[in-house]
Design a protein around this ligand. Structure first.
Ligand code: G3H
Ligand code: 13P
Ligand code: ZN
Length: 306
């Protein structure tokens, strides 16, 4: 069954584990995510971004996820990732998403509050959960001065006011992570103290975006079989446990799935030049995505929680 994310957050926030958000754009990624959650007995979030919706079609994505969720034995949320505006959030609520993110983090604080409030009002009427974002995602290099770091990280006092005035259910925070395969120049730096400070002030589930570990083995395979992904770095495995212990209840993973998918396909194509049956190529890639999701579920502490 599809489940409202706010319901899934209650035990996660209380018992300190995080639910993984895994981005999907097609049938195979959705199947991989549901299989991983089922085998791990874990709650899970399947997320579609604006570009995923544009790629696959909203009715088609909802139909795929709903039909898988209806047969599943674990709670599954369908979430809009980085919703662009009120209209898009409304469209997703209408089509049966159980959670939406409104990302107005590029706007001035007052405008972000105004837009988020409106989305909360419309989503809550249908029981749908709302995630909002405050701060700007981006790496915090060691040599950046404090003023520059503060300018883009989420400010704890602002977060308190934002949550109070918007009524959002979850808050995405900027604490040093960023999207994609090139997150850190050297050693990963995450502002764990800031996660703790924000959590103390807001209490609601915090969300960590840009949380892929940029799996080194996948990057190596891609490069060995003709790809070119240089200097890619992501989170270390220890970081998940620490972030979750401080109040992160949702962790977003997209890049790692894309990497293991591509690594599997590149290797298969290189080693089986005569193969042209898509099922023999996409099937193993789907299995690799499933295994990566199972690995992440374990790191987030949500295995066995469904
Ligand atoms: O946060 C960004 C996600 O990785 C989605 O990326 O817009 O390419 O689907 P996308
Ligand atoms: P990654 O690019 O680190 O996988 O982050 C995904 C994300 O935050 C989606 O919202
Ligand atoms: Zn994100």
């Amino acid at each position: 069954m599809l489940e409202f994310l706010s319901k899934m957050y209650v035990p996660a926030n209380r018992d300190k584990y995080a639910i993984g958000q895994f981005n999907i754009s097609n049938l195979e990624f959705a199947q991989a995510a549901v299989a991983a959650a089922t085998e791990s007995k874990a709650p899970i979030i399947l997320a579609a971004s604006s570009s995923a919706i544009k790629y696959a079609g909203i009715e088609q994505l909802v139909a795929i996820v709903k039909s898988l969720a209806d047969k599943a034995t674990v709670p599954i949320a369908l979430h809009l990732d980085h919703g662009a505006d009120i209209k898009q959030a409304a469209e997703c609520v209408k089509h049966g998403f159980t959670s939406v993110m409104i990302d107005a983090s590029d706007k001035l604080l007052e405008e972000n509050i105004r837009i988020t409030r409106e989305v909360v009002a419309l989503a809550h009427t249908s029981g749908v959960t709302v995630e909002a974002e405050l701060g700007r995602l981006g790496g915090i290099e060691d040599d950046l001065n404090v003023a520059i770091k503060d300018a883009h990280l989420t400010d704890p006092a602002e977060a308190e006011r934002f949550v109070h005035e918007t009524g959002c259910d979850a808050l995405a925070v900027a604490v040093g992570t960023s999207h994609g395969a090139y997150k850190f120049k050297g050693k990963p730096i995450i502002a764990f103290d800031r996660i703790a400070e924000i959590k103390k002030r807001v209490g609601i589930p915090l969300v960590l975006h840009g949380a892929s570990s940029v799996e080194p083995s996948a990057v190596a395979t891609i490069n060995r079989f003709g790809g070119k992904i240089d200097d890619a770095h992501g989170l270390e495995d220890d970081s998940y446990k620490r972030a979750v212990s401080l109040g992160v209840c949702k962790v977003n993973i997209d890049t790692d799935l894309r990497l293991v998918w591509t690594a599997t396909l590149r290797k298969l194509l290189a080693e089986n030049p005569a193969e042209f049956d898509p099922r023999k190529l996409l099937g193993p890639a789907r299995d690799a995505v499933r295994d990566e999701i199972k690995h992440k579920i374990k790191l987030l502490g949500s295995a066995g929680k469904a």
